[in-house]
Design a protein around this ligand. Structure first.
Ligand SMILES: Cc1cc2nc3c(=O)[nH]c(=O)nc-3n(C[C@H](O)[C@H](O)[C@H](O)COP(=O)(O)O)c2cc1C
Length: 312
């Protein structure tokens, strides 16, 4: 087996195959249990990673700090020693990568896996692919409906088709495009990537009374928090002859300012109610978005005692 030429030098410089293999499995279990306090808005996101020489661990920690979410280290039952990852020999890692049926066992488990809807998944590149333990991980849980955002670290190889191949183990998840980091990438680079990638996840589809509605959403943390409530059904009532209003059942971050709304505006009222206007009003609201429709269409859609709003 030959490494791609491009990757050999940086790989050596990065110190892989040195004596810096992971610390004891016991220590790793302890670190995987030390969940962050976590901003409430990211409580349904988990950063999960596998790392032997701690490059991926560093990037995963940046991601976890930025998102304020939980962190889970995939700890192998049998620790990888420096001999196990000595890729220039017939080492354990190489043998596993060459064996399609290899599924190295995992020591620890994610408690309350169902509470997460988004998994940021990190791994080192081994021979241009994910280590086989990632397959064990993906086959251990039901990822149906979850969003998976993969990232890797490597000497120089790109993420390539590593995540695409891994995705075959969890085809019912929604896989976002992954990214390769080097061990020296900054927290800011990781944060920018997360913000951009998770924006895509936050795309929301709105229907009112079953009709799909085109919305231009604002870019603020209220909208981000709203998108995390998906799927959401809100029973709305006409109020004041100019709006439909309904309870979200949750409190969202708000940045209320005095607004004079126009028909089509969607706003957050009192942090916990969503309002859609077919007329106008002046009050303290946080703007969430605007429906792209004529006044006549809006009136036909919203000027009823009750409507049902769905966000998916
Ligand atoms: C068995 C093995 C195979 C590797 N294959 C590649 C490779 O194909 N391309 C590459 O750029 N780096 C390769 N590397 C280097 C690692 O991807 C890189 O050092 C990574 O950052 C290690 O992550 P970790 O510290 O989280 O374990 C390999 C390392 C090992 C141990």
């Amino acid at each position: 087996m030959k490494f791609p030429i491009l990757f050999v030098l940086p790989f050596l410089l990065a110190g892989c195959g040195s004596n810096s293999a992971s610390s004891s499995a016991q220590q790793s279990v302890a670190s995987s249990a030390s969940f962050a306090s976590g901003a409430a808005s990211s409580s349904n996101t988990l950063v999960a990673y596998f790392s032997v020489t701690k490059h991926t661990k560093g990037i995963a920690s940046y991601a976890q700090e930025h998102l304020g979410c939980d962190l889970f280290e995939i700890v192998p039952k049998q620790e990888y020693t420096s001999v196990d990852i000595d890729y220039q020999s017939d080492c354990r890692a190489n043998r596993e990568q060459n064996d399609p049926s290899a599924r190295p066992e995992i020591l620890n488990q994610i408690s309350d896996f169902s509470s997460y809807d988004t998994i940021v998944l990190g791994y080192p590149i081994w021979w241009s692919q994910t280590p086989k333990i990632l397959y064990t991980f993906l086959e251990s849980y039901d990822f149906t409906g979850k969003v998976i955002l993969p990232f890797c670290t490597s000497g120089s190889s790109p993420i390539g088709n590593s995540a695409i191949n891994l995705a075959k183990s969890a085809p019912t998840a929604r896989w976002l495009e992954g990214k390769r980091f080097s061990a020296s990438d900054s927290k800011e680079e990781v944060a920018n990537w997360l913000d951009q990638s998770l924006q895509e996840k936050n795309i929301m589809t709105l229907t009112i009374s079953g009709k799909p509605i085109d919305v231009t959403w604002e870019q603020n943390d209220s909208v981000t928090a709203l998108s995390r409530l998906k799927p959401l059904e809100v029973s709305m009532s006409r109020f004041g002859g100019f709006e439909q209003v309904g309870p979200l059942g949750h409190t969202l971050p708000s940045h209320d300012v005095n607004l004079t709304t126009v028909p089509g505006d969607i706003v957050l009222y009192s942090s916990n109610q969503i309002v859609v206007f077919f007329g106008s009003n002046t009050w303290a609201y946080t703007k969430l978005g605007h429906i792209v429709m004529s006044q006549e269409e809006l009136t036909a859609l919203l000027d009823h005692p009750n409507v049902m709003l769905n966000i998916r």
